[in-house]
Design a protein around this ligand. Structure first.
Ligand SMILES: Cc1cc2nc3c(=O)[nH]c(=O)nc-3n(C[C@H](O)[C@H](O)[C@H](O)COP(=O)(O)O)c2cc1C
Ligand SMILES: [Fe+2]
Ligand SMILES: [Fe+2]
Length: 406
């Protein structure tokens, strides 16, 4: 059964929703699902722009055949070789031996790496100096290296100002009856998914994202068609996703406030973290978030790191080290090159010195332009009067730092 939607005259979304995959990249939970977007250009020459995950290939192949109506497929444009967009590429290429494969030199190399079925006589190596005429339309290419992977290209339809932006401007969440952000209540239903997607998938590559955005700012864009999530066509929606992405790429916090992340075995560190939230409120901090990393997946917590200016980490010591879920979270954030945050630490231990606090400090010390506020608090087993006083002092320091507009 086919399911297609025109996104511009002669250009169609031919993607597929994935309701089945539990974890994107086998690590990030996606209870709201995800879409793999692919596009079809109907011109004198026909073209498919990227494919979909093989898990949901059947619907996609039906869409291609429906729009081809028995005509040959002239081009398969390969903007991104990551398997969520390419694991059905070989099947499509074998079904349509007449189609040329157009991609960056590195994308075409990766095609051979993944499939071990070279098709050298069918390759068209794209680059920024070339255009690919389809008839009434002309395709241009902008290389966007490391906007997730090194081989990535954005493809642009000159006459209609449509930008196929690969993984940039993408989002978790299946599409519901339309592909357009303006028909899907994007702000309510997708913006959080876009932040989580950006933070978990792309945030390590902020400078490369900004470089690619700068390149495409040289051309007018009236429609952005990413590989996941809604298509943007109104000025408002295009403006919002560009502004959101630029802000995230610079790690500019959206909220002046504190997000408290904790791990606790028996609830004592949790009690300290909860108490700290109240202390911040009492000191006039308007935005406070509290997250239990033992209950909430790191992916959701990472998105809150993107949102908040001030981060408080509270953890127990565990087998002479930092509690594993806190270590995992801080390691992930470090690997994603989080920067420009103010940090406060609360560690708990019962017999060793504050190992949790020490390891959290070592991990966060490596983060760029991040600085520690106040004295890290050491809780001996459970917060008592001495610890309460130390938490008060730390809350004073965090609140003062926020009030000073840091
Ligand atoms: C399995 C396990 C291992 C622990 N290992 C250490 C340790 O090596 N050194 C230490 O000082 N405390 C250790 N603790 C104590 C915790 O750091 C913490 O003080 C205690 O669990 C109370 O805090 P909580 O209620 O937040 O879990 C351990 C606790 C557990 C449950
Ligand atoms: Fe990707
Ligand atoms: Fe992707």
């Amino acid at each position: 059964m086919h399911q297609v939607q025109a996104i511009a005259d002669g250009i169609y979304w031919i993607g597929v929703n994935d309701f089945v995959t539990n974890r994107f990249e086998n690590i990030i939970p996606i209870p709201e699902g995800v879409s793999y977007n692919s596009y079809f250009i109907d011109d004198e020459k026909t073209a498919v722009v990227d494919t979909v995950d093989a898990l949901v290939m059947d619907g996609f192949l039906d869409n291609v055949e429906y729009l081809l109506r028995g005509r040959p497929l002239d081009y398969i444009i390969v903007n991104h070789m990551e398997p969520d967009h390419s694991s059905s590429l070989l099947t499509l290429a074998e079904r349509h031996p007449e189609a040329k494969l157009a991609g960056s030199a590195q994308a075409l190399r990766m095609f051979e790496q993944f499939f071990h079925r070279p098709m050298k006589d069918r390759y068209v190596t794209t680059g920024e100096k070339m255009t690919l005429p389809l008839g009434r339309r002309t395709l241009r290419f902008f290389s966007a290296p490391m906007v997730h992977w090194p081989e990535v290209t954005f493809t642009y339809v000159e006459e209609q100002q449509v930008l196929f932006s690969a993984d940039a401007f993408g989002c978790f969440g299946v599409l519901k009856g339309s592909v357009f952000a303006d028909e899907l209540d994007y702000a309510k239903q997708y913006e959080d998914g876009a932040r989580r997607y950006y933070t978990c998938i792309v945030s390590k590559y902020g400078p490369q994202v900004l470089a690619a955005m700068k390149k495409v700012s040289a051309v007018p864009v009236s429609c952005i068609a990413p590989l996941h999530g809604p298509v943007f066509r109104t000025e408002e929606d295009i403006g919002r996703i560009l502004a959101d992405t630029a802000r995230w790429a610079k790690w500019e916090p959206e909220v002046k406030g504190a997000a408290i992340f904790y791990t606790s075995v028996y609830g004592n560190t949790a009690a300290a973290a909860q108490s700290f939230a109240w202390k911040l409120r009492e000191r006039g901090v308007a935005s406070v978030e509290v997250m239990d990393l033992c209950k909430t997946d790191a992916a959701y917590a990472m998105a809150e790191v993107m949102r908040y200016s001030h981060l408080v980490f509270a953890s127990t010591t565990y087998n002479m080290g930092l509690y594993p879920l806190m270590r995992h979270f801080l390691t992930m954030m470090g690997e994603h090159l989080v920067k420009d945050r103010r940090i406060a630490l609360i560690g708990n231990s019962s017999w060793a010195p504050n190992i949790a606090g020490k390891v959290m400090k070592e991990l966060t010390d490596t983060w760029k332009d991040c600085s520690l506020i106040g004295e890290p608090v050491h809780i001996l087993s459970a917060p008592g009067p001495k610890e309460e006083a130390a938490l008060d002092a730390l809350a004073d320091a965090v609140a003062a730092d926020l009030q000073a507009g840091k």
